[in-house]
Design a protein around this ligand. Structure first.
Ligand SMILES: NC(=O)c1ccc[n+]([C@@H]2O[C@H](COP(=O)([O-])OP(=O)(O)OC[C@H]3O[C@@H](n4cnc5c(N)ncnc54)[C@H](O)[C@@H]3O)[C@@H](O)[C@H]2O)c1
Length: 256
C-alpha cells in the first residue's frame, strides 16, 4: 500500500443534503482529499453558497438542487451530468429526524422520514450505481446512525427504523454491486453537534449527562469527526471493505 491511498484526485463526489452540518464537513473533507464536489440539497441557494465557500479554498465544486424524495428529480440530475461530473463517489447524507413517541407517531411523519432516509437514499444509490457500472466502479457511503443499530434515545422509533433499513440496504447493495467494483458502506454516527441534534443537547447539563451515560470518549461528536471516516470509505484506503457499517460514536455502542 502506498501513502496515497486516501487521495481522491481525479474523482467526483456527489454529496446529498450537502448544506447541513454533516454534509458540509464531508463535502470539504472529500474536496480537500482531491475530489470535485457536486453539492446537492433541497435549497439551491444554500448549495450555491456552500460551493462558493469550497471555491474560496480552491476546491472545485458545482451546486445542484435535489429533493431525494423525487425519483424523477434524481433521474434528471444524473441525466444532466456532463463528462467530468459523473460521480465516482456518492455520499447519501440527506436525512430528517422528527421525534415522536411510538404511541404518538403519525403516518405522515413515518412516510416523510422513510421517503427521505430510506427511499431517497435507495434511489440515489441506484442512479449512482447505474452511472458507475459502465465506468468500472465506484464508492457509495450511506449515512445511517447508531439509531439503526440500537435504541439511541427517546421518541426515535420512526427514525431508528429508517436507519436500520439504511444499514440493511447497504449490505444488499454491497452484495449485488460488488461484482462491478462498486463498494457500498455505511457510517453510523453517534450524537454529532448539528441542527438535527440541537433539541437533544439543549444545555451543558443535559449534554454532560448524555456524555457520562453513553460516550466513553467523553464528548459529543463534532461534524469534523466524520471527515476521516468518509474519506477512508470513499478512497482506496478501504479497497477491500464493502457492506460494512462503521460506527463513529465515541464508543457509544460498546458502552450500551
Ligand atoms: N447529527 C447527528 O447526530 C446524526 C447522527 C446520526 C446520523 N445522522 C445523519 O446524518 C445525516 C446528516 O444529518 P445532519 O446532522 O447534518 O442534519 P442537518 O439537519 O444539519 O442536515 C440534513 C440535510 O439534509 C437535507 N435534506 C432534508 N430533506 C431532504 C430531501 N428531501 N432532499 C434532499 N436533501 C434533504 C437538509 O436540507 C439538510 O441540508 C442525516 O442522514 C442524519 O440522519 C446525524
Amino acid at each position: 500500500m502506498g501513502s496515497d491511498v486516501a487521495v481522491l484526485d481525479g474523482s467526483t463526489a456527489l454529496v446529498t443534503g450537502a448544506t447541513g452540518g454533516l454534509g458540509r464537513i464531508q463535502a470539504f473533507a472529500l474536496g480537500r482529499a482531491g475530489a470535485r464536489i457536486i453539492a446537492a440539497d433541497l435549497d439551491l441557494a444554500a448549495a450555491e453558497s456552500l460551493v462558493a465557500d469550497l471555491g474560496e479554498e480552491g476546491l472545485d465544486a458545482s451546486p445542484a438542487r435535489l429533493d431525494v424524495t423525487d425519483a424523477r428529480g434524481i433521474e434528471e440530475l444524473f441525466a444532466g451530468l456532463g463528462g467530468g461530473w459523473i460521480p465516482d463517489i456518492l455520499v447519501n447524507n440527506a436525512g430528517v429526524s422528527i421525534r415522536q413517541s411510538a404511541l404518538d407517531a403519525t403516518p405522515e411523519v413515518f412516510d416523510l422520514t422513510h421517503a427521505v432516509n430510506v427511499r431517497g437514499a435507495y434511489f440515489v444509490a441506484q442512479a449512482a450505481a447505474r452511472a458507475m457500472r459502465p465506468r468500472g466502479g465506484g464508492r457509495i457511503v450511506n449515512i445511517a446512525s447508531i439509531g439503526g443499530l440500537v435504541v439511541d434515545g427517546p421518541q426515535s422509533s420512526v427514525y431508528d427504523a429508517s436507519k436500520a433499513a439504511v444499514v440493511q440496504m447497504t449490505k444488499n447493495q454491497a452484495s449485488e454491486w460488488g461484482r462491478w467494483n462498486i463498494r457500498v458502506n455505511a457510517i453510523a454516527p453517534g450524537y454529532m453537534r448539528t441542527a438535527m441534534t440541537a433539541d437533544l443537547l439543549p444545555d451543558a447539563a443535559v449534554e454532560q449527562r448524555i456524555v457520562d451515560q453513553h460516550i466513553p470518549l467523553g464528548r459529543v461528536g463534532e461534524p469534523a469527526d466524520l471527515a476521516g471516516p468518509v474519506v477512508f470509505l470513499a478512497s482506496e484506503a478501504s479497497a477491500y471493505v464493502t457492506g460494512h457499517c462503521l460506527t463513529v460514536d465515541g464508543g457509544w455502542l460498546v458502552a450500551v
